[in-house]
Design a protein around this ligand. Structure first.
Ligand code: C2O
Length: 520
């Protein structure tokens, strides 16, 4: 295993897309940002220098960060943002994971343009568990706005309304020749006829779940979120924001050009969508996600120490006088887990506040995150009274004992509109035991759990008006965010944090904060 050093200079760059030149925030002037390639077991030392006019942090999406929580990156959770003119060095090891991960800004909506691939190859001489001739450059799916995305979300936050949707889906930053003015802005991947290649897909879009197909070709899925899967043949794959999927493709068709195309999956019920660019094909999503199996039998611990039930959904705040009430029927959009709408601190990160001791933590966060929903009813019913389900804003964390086996039923709700939510955990991969529609019913649904070869992921799409059950061992001390990876939902509060103590004495095994950790 080796140590690699990188420098990311966050800086603005002029980029033209869809006939429109904008100054965007980039890493090293590149869009998408530089790909980082490691072998399993390598250490990374990445110095981020902020030469832009926005605060920034970088998150290493899917990296376990075992006892390196100071390098995880979400702003105000594990660190204060790097101010313009400042810098911070992230130090961590990528161990026990192989496949495709990525990195992205974790500050406001900066990740719209500040993101890149993080490829983890087996260490020498460990072979891949499949055969292929070569691999393509990582395929990063994203979104392009004709406006500055930071302004888009700032405006929405001020008015309480939903933000504008993006103007294009992109492949490696390029809209492709089906959009206006984009014939030159098309990502092209040269391949050799007859060869089998490894393709690494990353959904880096802010708010769009995607179907992806390759004209005339079948894809064999072999991994997702840097964990291997039993080979599964698909003509369309599904990725929520945050998810990655590795596939093998044999280019067995006559030489020529074949479209690689993505289409938005718009699952929100009761919300009108443009059917020419989106589809609500939930059946295809279900077939795909329920077909994925871990390559190995996983030996899952069967006794559960923490049996949690989290509702995830979009709701509405009543609007008080003096506020802009741009949401439906004079409200403001909100989102929550168990009715708790997450608010980031602003003066210190949660991890720092906790490390400094409970006294310092007072007023920064509370440990009363509700492990179960406060009200039981039909979560998938439409038109539930708002009075019954009005989110409570706060910075609430849930404490987990080091080493405990944690199971979470993630239950989608339809308080305002049901939708598939890609729920992501920091600091942990989890096994997906089962998913289904309607309200989770322990009496019957527990029998459906796959305890033998469940896929291991860091992001799970909780089915629209349905549920998914995940399990993990809380073996990583720190403060770890869990949130919907649709950025508009994080902005609205669809997040919470786990505080995992280390079994030694609070967080002592994490070590002291690095001397260059930014202060707020
Ligand atoms: Cu891609 Cu909070 O993460």
């Amino acid at each position: 295993a080796k140590e690699q050093r990188h420098e990311f200079v966050i800086q603005e760059a002029a980029v033209t897309r869809l006939c429109n030149m904008r100054s965007i925030v980039t890493a090293n002037g590149q869009f998408p940002g530089p790909a980082v390639e490691v072998n399993e077991g390598d250490s990374l030392v990445v110095t981020v220098v902020n030469n832009a006019t926005y605060n920034v942090t970088i998150h290493w999406h899917g990296v376990r960060q075992m006892r390196t929580g100071w390098s995880d990156g979400p702003e105000f959770v594990t660190q204060c943002p790097i101010r313009p003119g400042g810098s911070y060095t992230y130090r961590f090891t990528v161990a026990g994971q192989e496949g495709t991960l990525w990195w992205h800004a974790h500050s406001s909506w900066l990740r719209a343009t500040v993101y890149g691939a993080l490829i983890v190859r087996p260490r020498d001489p460990v072979p891949y568990p499949f055969d292929f001739h070569g691999e393509l450059a990582p395929i990063m799916l994203g979104e392009w706005w004709d406006m500055n995305p930071i302004d888009v979300i700032r405006t929405a936050t001020r008015t309480g309304a939903a933000p504008n949707v993006s103007d294009a889906i992109t492949v490696n930053g390029q809209p492709g020749d089906l959009y206006n003015c984009s014939s030159q802005d098309t990502a092209v991947f040269p391949v050799k006829s007859g060869e089998t290649n490894l393709l690494r897909f990353i959904n880096a879009a802010l708010n769009t779940e995607l179907f992806v197909s390759l004209a005339g070709h079948t894809m064999t899925v072999v991994g997702a979120d840097a964990s291997y899967l039993k080979p599964y043949n698909a003509t369309v794959i599904v990725l929520g924001p945050g998810q990655t999927t590795d596939v093998l493709v044999t280019f067995d068709q006559p030489p020529g050009r074949y479209y690689l195309a993505a289409r938005a999956y718009a699952s929100a019920q009761g919300v009108p969508f443009d059917n020419t660019t989106t589809t609500d094909d939930t059946a295809t999503v279900t077939t795909f996600t329920t077909s994925l199996r871990n390559l190995h039998s996983v030996g899952l611990p069967s006794a559960v120490d923490e049996d949690l039930f989290f509702t995830v959904g979009v709701g509405l705040f009543n609007c008080s006088s003096g506020q802009n009430c741009g949401g439906p029927n004079n409200t403001r959009f909100a989102a929550s887990i168990n009715n708790a709408s997450f608010v980031l601190p602003s003066t210190v990160s949660i991890l720092q506040a906790h490390y400094q001791g409970d006294a310092a933590a007072t007023g920064v966060f509370t440990t009363d995150f509700p492990a179960n929903p406060p009200v039981q009813f039909d979560y998938t019913a439409q038109n539930v009274s708002r009075a019954l389900w009005q989110p409570v804003p706060g910075t609430k964390v849930y404490k987990l004992k080091y080493g405990s086996v944690v199971q979470i039923v993630l239950q989608g709700t339809n308080i305002f509109a049901g939708e598939n939510h890609p729920i992501h955990t920091h600091g942990y991969d989890f096994f997906i035991l089962a998913e289904g529609f309607g309200n989770f019913d322990a009496a019957t649904d527990t029998a459906k759990f796959n305890l033998d070869d469940p896929p291991m992921r860091n992001t799970v799409g909780v089915p629209v008006n349905g549920w998914a059950v995940i399990r993990f061992v809380a073996d990583n001390p720190g403060v770890w965010l869990m949130h919907c990876h649709l950025d508009v939902h994080i902005t609205w509060g669809l997040a919470m944090a786990f505080l995992v103590e280390d079994g030694v004495g609070e967080l002592q095994s994490l070590g002291a904060p690095p001397p260059d950790l930014p202060i707020c």
